[in-house]
Every structure is written in C-alpha cells, then in structure tokens.
Design a protein around this ligand. Structure first.
Ligand SMILES: O=C(O)CCC(=O)C(=O)O
Length: 258
C-alpha cells in the first residue's frame, strides 16, 4: 500500500529517508543543543520553535511529504500551524506507560482551548502531524504508538463519556519504529502516544503540524507563535510559504468559553 493510501485507511504512514543519512546526525545535534533556548524563546517571547531548527526546517517543505499532505487535504495551499520540540528524555517512564490522545484541532484537553473541534468529530481530515525521527525510533526508546483506523472512530481516549483509559495499552495498538531521517505522518484524529524511553539516550524528535488553508490558526499560544522577520527572511522560499502567516508578531484571538 502506498503512503497516501495507508494514511487514508490506517490514519498514519511512514515516509522513509526524508533527511539524507549523512546529514541527520548534524541535524540531531543542532536540535539537542538548541532545544532549551528554543523552549525559552517560545515561553518568553512567543517565538515559534522553528526559529531554533534552521538546519532541519527546510525539510519541512520536502516535495514528497508536501505531495502527501496536499493530496490528503485536496488543496495546494497548506501551512504549518504548530512546531514543537518532542524529544523523549532517557529513563522517562515505566515501559507500559501510555498517554493516548488526538492532536489539535482534535485535542480535547488542549491547554489554551485553541479552536478545538468537539465530539463527535466530522469525518474529515483537518490536520496532519509529522513526527521527525532524528534518532532511530525503537521499542526501547519510546517509538510512537498508534491505534490503526481510530482516525474514524467516534470515541476518544480523552472523551469524558467514552470509558477509555488513556494511560493503558490498547489491544490493536502498534509501535512505529524507524531510522533517523524517517518521518511519521498521522491524521490528527488518530489515537496515539509517545512511548516510554527505557534507554540512557534521548529520543530526539520534532513535530510540525500541517493544516489546510481554511483552518483558522488565530487561536492559542502555539498557533500564534511567530517567526521574527529577520529569521523568516533567511528561510528558503518553499519554507516561507509554509510559515508566511506567522512572519512577525500578531496577538492570538482570545477564546472565552460560554
Ligand atoms: O513523540 C511522539 O512519539 C508522539 C508525539 C505526540 O504525541 C504529539 O505530538 O502529539
């Protein structure tokens, strides 16, 4: 089954070798070194994490990856709504730990309530999370868990009335292992969790969320995190297209629940 068909039917797919093998170690070192400064710039200044991923970021516009994303959204205009450091520290949790959830805009416990879709989710793809393996993902170091097919399940691991324990393993779960330089793409509705890292090495990874042009990214701190112009202007043009809506600062729209 090809990648697009797999993403459509199972809710996820693995793109092999998006980052060339001879470059990925240097990129991983950059991410490991820049992470703390990137998190601080995000917390204090609202800078997008992409500002601290300048060697990796051009691969966010990889032609094969964008072809999958554009085909799934059935539109050429896509953008990156959120960018995050997602490394899993060594010796993080007991091996059977899970934290099943779905992603923005289907994240039922999103901290800033930023444009969350309520249950039941419409049968329509609204975002694709890319998980960048900058170190091999293995069973031991916390490779991502997915529950195939759940992108079309009306229940949710965090749904108040669905009776699912988000911290327990699920019978049909599967762990997506891969090599450094591979990228997992998931429909934001699929039930997924990072794994527990039982090794002594950090599982270095990054997440970028792709959204179609019509999905509002005006809500919430992470969506509104911006790229200062002096950094944005150094991006290669295909990458600029993905972050054009976040060149320079704009305040996020506040959300006041009824
Ligand atoms: O890091 C992982 O393996 C999963 C990432 C994740 O759960 C998320 O970004 O929502």
């Amino acid at each position: 089954m090809d990648e697009i068909a797999h993403l459509r039917s199972e809710g996820y797919c693995l793109l092999r070798g998006v980052i060339p093998g001879n470059l990925v170690t240097a990129i991983r070192e950059e991410i490991d070194c820049a992470r703390d400064a990137g998190l601080e710039a995000y917390d204090r200044l609202d800078w997008s994490a992409v500002t601290h991923m300048l060697t990796l970021a051009p691969y966010f516009a990889d032609v094969r990856l964008l072809d999958v994303v554009r085909t799934m959204f059935n539109h050429a205009q896509v953008r990156i709504s959120q960018t995050e450091f997602k490394s899993v520290p060594p010796r993080s949790d007991p091996p059977d730990w899970r934290g099943y959830h779905t992603d923005w805009p289907h994240d039922l416990t999103d901290r800033s309530l930023c444009g969350r879709v309520n249950q039941p989710f419409p049968d329509s793809i609204m975002s694709i999370t890319s998980i960048w393996m900058l170190y091999p993902f293995t069973r031991e170091n916390g490779a991502t868990w997915v529950v195939p097919g759940t992108h079309r399940d009306l229940r949710n691991p965090r749904g108040e009335k669905d009776g699912i324990d988000e911290h327990r393993s699920i019978v049909s779960e599967r762990q997506v292992c891969g090599d450094a330089g591979d990228v997992i793409l998931i429909d934001s509705r699929i039930w997924h969790s990072r794994g527990a890292n039982t090794t002594d090495e950090v599982r270095t990874s990054v997440v970028a969320r792709y959204s179609p042009w019509w999905l509002s990214t005006e809500y919430g701190k992470r969506n509104a995190a911006f790229v200062p112009a002096h950094i944005f202007d150094r991006f290669p043009q295909p990458l600029q297209e993905l972050y054009a809506h976040r060149r320079g600062k704009r305040r996020p729209v506040q959300h006041f629940p009824a």
